[in-house]
Design a protein around this ligand. Structure first.
Ligand SMILES: N[C@@H](CCC(=O)N[C@@H](CS)C(=O)NCC(=O)O)C(=O)O
Length: 269
């Protein structure tokens, strides 16, 4: 069995219940962003955990607009994509807002959110799949707390074809990932700048904080990357926005690939 239903408590149980079902896969950073959105808004939902790759067929069969997670069925609508879901959640339950009311500030937040989804999110996904292709053992830690319908040990032992397929589907080849790692110091700098100018790190978090924070949280599950992220404003913002993110992978990426990140970190950049 691949689908497993989990009942999640609402953050604010007094809120009127809205019928919602969220489809996720373990380790999915945009799915974690949407989990936090639902939690912050106190929306009761059912979570269905899917296996990576197989998730695509399930979501297609369920007639979601696309075959990726997060996908959310809510109020009779089927939505796919963290950005679309954020907007629908603000419409259904305006408080606390994921987007500011002030139009100019909204544009700024939406730009940061879009960059988070289009640039940072796929890069972190590629890096993590590339790392898991080198060492599958940490898969178990990412699936902690998920109910996939098969024992976790078995899922990890038999997961090689899924990891290979996911790495291929997400274009997580060595060349792309080395380029992502070379770009990462600049991206972290950019996020720190956004925090300094109060575009990011709002309280409660905006859609941009959750979009970017969830990618940073996933990146920080890699021992290869965490030291260069955790103690800077970007890392602190991410932990505030997304307090819990399961998963931990020991060092596995080639040291030469990490050199740009390590030297930027050592230089305090
Ligand atoms: N950019 C999309 C995410 C789309 C996406 O690629 N999601 C991944 C999980 S992070 C997925 O569904 N992968 C399916 C698979 O690995 O088979 C969003 O923000 O919602």
């Amino acid at each position: 069995m691949i689908i497993q239903m989990n009942t999640m408590a609402p953050a604010m149980p007094s809120e009127a219940a809205v019928e919602a079902t969220l489809y996720v896969i373990p380790g999915s950073h945009p799915a974690m962003a949407v989990r936090r959105m639902l939690e912050l808004k106190g929306l009761l939902y059912r979570r269905i955990d899917l296996m990576p790759v197989i998730s695509r067929g399930v979501l297609t069969a369920l007639r979601f607009p696309s075959n990726t997670v997060p996908s959310l069925a809510i109020d009779g609508r089927k939505l796919t994509g963290s950005r679309e879901i954020a907007r629908e959640l603000d419409r259904i339950r305006p408080e606390p807002p994921l987007f500011p009311v002030d139009p100019q500030r909204r544009v700024t937040i939406e730009e940061a959110e879009r960059w988070g989804e289009e640039v940072l999110q796929p890069a972190v996904r590629r890096i993590v799949w590339n790392a898991l292709r080198r060492d599958r053992a940490p898969l178990r830690s990412y699936a902690e707390g998920f109910r996939l319908g098969v024992p976790l040990g078995l899922a990890v032992r038999t997961g090689a074809p899924i990891v290979t397929a996911a790495a291929r589907m997400n274009q997580a080849g060595d060349e792309a990932v080395r380029a992502d790692l070379a770009a990462l110091p600049g991206w972290l700098h950019r996020i720190d700048d956004w925090i300094a100018e109060a575009t990011l790190a709002s309280e409660p978090p905006t859609a941009a904080d959750l979009q970017i924070g969830s990618s940073l949280r996933l990146a920080m599950t890699l021992d290869d990357l965490r030291p260069a992220i955790a103690e800077r404003p970007a890392g602190e913002m991410a932990v505030r926005a997304i307090p819990d993110f399961p998963g931990r992978a020991p060092p596995v990426l080639p040291p030469a690939w990490l050199e740009p990140l390590r030297s930027a970190h050592a230089a305090g950049i």
